[in-house]
Structure formats: C-alpha cells, structure tokens
Design a protein around this ligand. Sequence first.
Ligand code: HEC
Length: 151
Amino acid sequence: MTKLSVLMILAGFSLAVGGCDSDPMSEVGFRLPDGDAKNGREAFLYMQCNQCHTISGVELPVVPLADPPYVELGGKVSQVKTYGQLVTAIINPSHKLADGYAEELVSEDGESNMYVYNAHMTVQELIDLVAYLQPLYEVTPPQYYYRVYPY
Ligand code: HEC
C-alpha cells in the first residue's frame, strides 16, 4: 500500500467516526457571543427571575407576593453547568427539568413552571443572563471517604 492510500483510508475513517456530522439539527458550530455579567444581573432583577429563584451566596431583593418553591441557582454542583445547559434552561425550560426537585413541585404535565420569556427577551439579555449565572456555579467533585485502617 502506498503512503497516500494509507492516508486516504485514515482520513475516511476519521470522517466516518466523528468528523462528519450529518444531522441537520446538530448543535455543532453553535456559539452565541459572550455576554456581560453586570448587565445580566440587572436583567435578572428587572425580569424578576428572583420571583422563583434564589442564588447561592447572593443577596437578592424579595419580590412582593412571590411564594413559589424557590429553585436555587448557582452554588455547588458536581459537574460543570455549561453555557449550553444554561441557555437551554432559560429558553427551553421543559427540555430538562432542574435536578434535585420533586417533579410535581417544579412542573405540570412535564412542562416546567418557569415562564417562557422567548417572545420578550432579547438575545442580548439571554447571553448577559448566562454570563452572570455561569460563574456562580462552583464545581465540587463528589467526596469519597476512605476508611483508613491502622497498621
Ligand atoms: C414562575 C417561576 C419562575 C420564574 C419567574 C423564572 N424561573 Fe427559572 N425555573 C423555574 C422552575 C420551577 C425551574 C425548575 C424546573 C426547570 O428546570 O425548568 C427553573 C429552572 C431554571 C434554571 C435551571 C436550574 C437548574 O438547576 O437546572 C435556570 C438557569 C433558570 N430557571 C433561570 C431563570 C432566569 C434567568 C429567569 C428570569 C429570566 C427565570 N429562571 C425565571 C421557575 C421560574
């Protein structure tokens, strides 16, 4: 076999394995511009996200008459909360419900109780909100405790 045909076989193989994404709905190549965390905090407050959310370690004004089961954002998580997960949680909240809450507390018939803001929120507000929220998550790997036996 010539060097060239080996190369061509390798190239074909890598395309078959992962290089070529033929699903037209694939998110490959999807990337929003970076947002501004300070503006994100402002958006969070004027959109009254704090009507239903607390943020771990952040003091937020209480929205009058709000009495939901608060869903906490930020804080310790065992895996990184990605940009993609946060964007999805905001504009497609029923896609995956937050972990750690009884389903009937945060959703009805599989639909998240969160408002859908898509007809009102600008893309700028969305990316600013994500820029604000993302760094408030702290990844802490699960702790394993080993029993240490005396010699
Ligand atoms: C009417 C109540 C309500 C309001 C207002 C609300 N949310 Fe939510 N939100 C929820 C509930 C309930 C959940 C949990 C169910 C789910 O994952 O959709 C949630 C989940 C989330 C999550 C995912 C949390 C996780 O741990 O996976 C994010 C992020 C979020 N909301 C951001 C926002 C932002 C930003 C706003 C304001 C623009 C907002 N929410 C306004 C009720 C609300």
